[in-house]
Ligand binder design. Structure first.
Ligand code: NAP
Ligand code: F7E
Length: 331
C-alpha cells in the first residue's frame, strides 16, 4: 500500500486530495497545526480514515518528525499562507510559510528519503503576475505582483533546484485559480456565492467587492488535485501548468452567480475601494497543453457549472440542508 503525506490537509485542496488518494487505496497522512479551536471542517467526514500529525512549517524538526512517522512514498506540500491581500499585511510571515516552509519540507525529504520520496509543490499562477505572455505556459517568464506571488516564486525555484542539485523527484504544479464549495469565504468566488445565498435568503442586503475587471482562469478544485496526483505518477519529475485555458472577469462571475439564484446583481453589488489591491494581477489565462499531452489531464467541470454548484451549496448550507448530490446532476 502506498503512503502519502499532505501538508495543508485541512485546506480546500488538502481535503479533495485526501479523498482522491483514499479512493486509490493510499494510506493518507496529514499535517495539522495546533489551534485553540480545531480547523478540521473540510476533513471531518474523513475522521478515522486518515492519520493526522501535529507540525508546523515554521518548525523544521516537527516536519522531520512527521516525515519519519509517516514514511511516505509521496509528499504533497500544500500548506501556505494562501490569501493574497494578507500577504501585504504580513509579508515576512508569508515568506516564512510560503517560501522558506518549502525548503523545510524539501530538507526533511532529502534527509529521510531523497532517492525514494516523490515531492509535489503547490506553485501558483500568481507567479506570472504582470503577465509577460498570453496565454501563460511553463516557459512564460514570471513577474509576481504580491508578497504571496514572490514567496511562491521562491517555492517554485527551490523545488526545481532540489531536483537539479540532488536528483530528487520534485514536481512543481503551476495551478491557476481553482474553487469549490470548500473554498475559504474570503476568496472572491466563495465570497460571491455565499453573498448571493445570503441575499436570496434575506440574511444580507448587499455585497461589497473590489475590482470587477480582473480576469481569472477559474477551474474546479476536485479536477486540479487529480493533476497533482498524476504529476507524481510519471517516470520523470517535471513542472506543469494546470488551467482551463479560459478566462472570465470577476463581473462575469458575479452576473452568473446572482443569475443562478434568480437575482439581478446590479441591485446588490457595491464597490468598496478598500478591497482594491495595491498591485493587481489583471489577467490570467493558462495553457494546459503540456498537462493534457503528458498527464492526460483535462478539466471536467466548466466555469458555469462551478458557479452554479457553489451557489447551490451555499444556499443548502445556510438553510441547514445537506449538500446537493453534484455527481447525480453531472456537475
Ligand atoms: P487553503 O484552503 O488556504 O489551505 C492552506 C492550508 O495550509 C491549510 O490547511 C492551513 O492550515 C495550512 N497552513 C498554513 N500555514 C501553515 C503552517 N505554518 N504550517 C502548517 N500548515 C499551514 O489553500 P488551498 O486553496 O487548499 O491551496 C493549497 C495550496 O495551493 C496552497 O499552497 C496555495 O497557496 C496553493 N494554490 C492554491 C490555488 C487555488 O486557487 N486554490 C492556486 C494555486 C496555488 P490551517 O487550517 O491550520 O490554517
Ligand atoms: O481574487 C478580485 C481580486 O482572492 C481574485 C489564491 O488561491 O488564486 C487565488 O488568488 C480576483 C482578484 O484570488 C474582491 O482583486 C474583487 O483580482 O479570489 P481571489 P487570487 O488573488 O487570484 C491564486 C492562483 C493563488 O495561488 C492564491 O492562493 O478577484 N476581487 N473583489 C476580489 N477578491 C477578493 N478576495 N475579495 C473581493 O471582494
Amino acid at each position: 500500500m502506498k503512503r502519502a503525506l499532505i501538508t495543508g490537509v485541512t485546506g480546500q485542496d488538502g481535503s479533495y486530495l485526501c479523498e482522491l488518494l483514499l479512493d486509490k487505496g493510499y494510506e493518507v497522512h496529514g499535517v495539522v497545526r495546533r489551534a485553540s479551536t480545531e480547523t478540521f471542517e473540510r476533513i471531518g467526514h474523513l475522521a478515522g480514515k486518515i492519520h493526522l500529525h501535529q507540525a508546523d512549517l515554521l518548525d523544521q524538526l516537527s516536519i522531520i518528525d512527521v516525515v519519519k512517522e509517516a514514511q511516505p512514498d509521496e509528499v504533497y506540500n500544500l500548506a501556505a499562507m494562501s490569501f493574497v491581500p494578507t500577504s501585504w499585511k504580513q509579508p515576512a510571515l508569508t515568506a516564512e510559510y510560503t517560501a522558506i516552509g518549502v525548503t523545510k519540507v524539501l530538507e526533511a525529504v532529502k534527509l529521510l528519503g531523497r532517492d525514494k520520496i516523490k515531492f509535489y509543490q503547490a506553485s501558483s499562477s500568481e507567479m506570472f503576475g504582470k503577465v509577460q505572455a498570453v496565454p501563460q505556459t511553463e516557459s512564460t517568464p514570471f513577474y509576481p505582483r504580491s508578497p504571496y506571488g514572490v514567496a511562491k516564486l521562491y517555492g517554485h525555484w527551490i523545488t526545481v533546484n532540489y531536483r537539479e542539485s540532488y536528483g530528487m523527484y520534485c514536481c512543481s504544479g503551476i495551478l491557476f485559480n481553482h474553487e469549490s464549495e470548500r473554498r475559504g469565504r474570503e476568496f472572491v468566488t466563495r465570497k460571491v456565492t455565499d453573498g448571493v445565498a445570503r441575499i436570496k435568503l434575506g440574511l444580507a442586503k448587499a455585497l461589497k467587492l473590489g475590482n470587477l475587471d480582473a480576469k481569472r482562469d477559474w477551474g474546479f478544485a476536485g479536477d486540479y488535485v487529480r493533476a497533482m496526483y498524476l504529476m507524481l505518477q510519471q517516470p520523470t519529475p517535471d513542472d506543469y501548468v494546470v488551467a482551463t485555458g479560459q478566462t472570465h472577469t470577476v463581473k462575469r462571475l458575479v452576473e452568473l452567480a446572482f443569475a443562478a439564484a434568480g437575482l439581478d446583481w446590479q441591485k446588490y453589488v457595491e464597490i468598496d475601494p478598500s478591497l482594491v489591491r495595491p498591485a493587481e494581477v489583471d489577467l490570467l489565462i493558462g495553457d494546459p497543453a503540456k498537462a493534457k499531452a503528458k498527464l492526460g489531464w483535462v478539466p471536467e467541470v466548466t466555469f458555469e457549472q462551478l458557479v452554479e454548484r457553489m451557489v447551490r451549496a451555499d444556499l443548502a448550507r445556510l438553510q441547514g440542508q445537506p449538500l446537493p448530490d453534484f455527481k447525480a446532476r453531472g456537475i
